[in-house]
Design a protein around this ligand. Sequence first.
Ligand SMILES: [Zn+2]
Length: 231
Amino acid sequence: MDIKFLGMGSAFNPKMENTNGFFVWEDQFYLIDCGETAFGKLWNHPALRAASRITAAITHLHGDHAGSLASLVSYCYYVLGKTIRVLHPLDTVIRLLDIMGIERSCYEYVPRLVGEALSFDAVEVEHVDNMTCFGYIISGPEGKIYYSGDAKYVPDPVIRGFLNGEIGRIYQDAALKPGDHATHGSLAYLEKTFPPETHSRIYCIHLDTDYRQILMEKGFALAALYEPDGP
Ligand SMILES: [Zn+2]
């Protein structure tokens, strides 16, 4: 589960593009969120085109997390001939795709993904008051990781699992400058919550500004960016 990122920015940091992750496992393609900028970077990805199955796990429905999901679903169906799975605990994602004109026969909706070699356990997180949002604990033969989506805090069971080593890595929404009415995690929160020796297992994502240099200096892990035109 070597997660790469199509972008690493927050919604209002379009320069760094949307924080949407993906990984390839065996011959399957797993996407975590599909924001406004995702489809433009993803559509011609060799692993996406070659995958035996594509799963898009959606944490919540804000535009920078689900804004180009409709394009991805219809492209996969009509161009690649693949019916992708859309994972989200709530069927609100079906309503979103309905409104965007995507027929339900073009994708498979799955509210949970367990019982396979890789499982995604949804964990409810605090983000905004008008929408239920989730993170995922992703488990597989290589262990467990936690992916926050947008979230003010890391849920307590995840903190415990991370500190006792059961969860190997955390990918957490972390702003450098939290607003007055914070809806996101922050670097200060992570430093307060996790001891320095664990920082190398914490990947800060959804960055409000490009503060990767600071993250490096403080010993946090740096998420890997995918460049479509790269080697
Ligand atoms: Zn959000």
